[in-house]
Ligand binder design. Structure first.
Ligand code: MN
Length: 317
């Protein structure tokens, strides 16, 4: 059994009227969710996933963790269909938990969107999650540098979120817990205001997880606080010494690039750009629903014509 110490802090920031982030720090389930969508949509979506994972409490395998995220996604989609003013709401989610399954002790990580999981080991910061964002895909294609991406005006545009489609692509990992490691889950309101060197400095200079969490949020607010900020700091206080841990901690990766699943990445940067800006503001879900509805209507009209043609042919004969 891994023993954790945890600190958590969240703040609306200095610009946004509400805090649409939600976090969970219920040992051993640690979550940050950054909601989007007007009229209470964002805070509702992020609360649904935080509550769903709180209710799950523990999971045995990373597949179970992915399934819990899928269930939360369905709850958000269903709720958005029931309540008109919540339509199109979505949320990111980043989860770190202890897997209570058989075999060697493992941590489970799941991620959708652009909230992040970092780890600090021996004073070095490492990002475990990959952002599902426009700028990340431009970096991957070699069209932006990391430094350009960090200050890009469209860096808040995300390409995956819970609440948009029936199934969501979830990235997940299994990690080896190692005593002395410190993990950080955070929403983009932190790393868009505070650079990674400074984040690492705070994480390595504050002994208490709660003090480190409070300090990170204070610095993000002090640097402008243009977005909601959520931070969960998780220390590995003790872990069983099992099989020799790999230096990068990752023992299994479950990236959602399975060919049996639909790839939601839009075909070109241009459509991607406009569609997903609406996703961030909450309209993408409604857009994609209306596009689907239009598609279905066209199919229906075609089907009616085919049936009529067959009837006419039968009458003529
Ligand atoms: Mn945010």
């Amino acid at each position: 059994m891994t023993v954790f110490a945890v600190g958590a802090s969240t703040h609306a920031g200095k610009v946004r009227p509400t805090n649409q982030d939600n976090l969970l720090a219920n040992d051993p389930m640690f979550v940050v969710a950054d909601g989007m969508g007007g009229h209470r949509g964002g805070e509702t979506a992020s609360a649904i996933v935080a509550d769903a994972l709180a209710a799950a409490a523990t999971v045995a395998t990373v597949d179970d963790l992915i399934e819990e995220v899928q269930k939360a996604n369905s709850q958000i989609v269903d709720r958005g269909e029931l309540e008109r003013e919540l339509r199109g709401m979505g949320t990111t989610v980043t989860v770190l938990t202890d897997l209570h399954g058989p075999g060697p002790d493992r941590l489970g990580v799941a991620n959708v969107g652009d909230s992040r999981l970092y780890r600090v080991t021996d004073g070095v910061l490492c990002q475990h999650t990959t952002d599902h964002s426009l700028v990340e895909s431009l970096v991957r294609d070699g069209r932006l540098t990391r430094a350009e991406a960090a200050v890009h005006p469209q860096r808040n545009i995300i390409t995956r979120a819970l609440g948009i489609d029936e199934r969501v692509l979830v990235d997940a990992w299994e990690l080896v817990p190692v005593k002395g490691d410190r993990y950080l889950l955070c929403s983009d309101g932190l790393f868009n205001e505070v650079d990674e060197d400074e984040i690492c400095g705070v994480l390595t200079s504050f002994g208490s997880a709660q003090e480190a969490a409070d300090e990170l949020v204070d610095r993000a607010v002090g640097a402008g606080g243009r977005d909601n900020i959520s931070v969960v700091v998780v220390d590995i206080v003790d872990a069983e010494i099992g099989d020799a841990p790999p230096s990068d901690r990752v023992t299994a990766t479950h990236l959602a690039l399975d060919h049996s699943a639909p790839i939601v990445e839009p075909p070109s940067i241009d459509t991607h750009d406009s569609d997903v800006s609406e996703l961030r503001s909450g309209g993408f879900g409604a857009e994609s629903i209306s596009a689907k509805t239009t598609g279905r209507l066209v199919l229906l009209v075609v089907a009616v014509f085919v049936v009529l043609a067959v009837l006419l042919a039968a009458l003529a004969a």
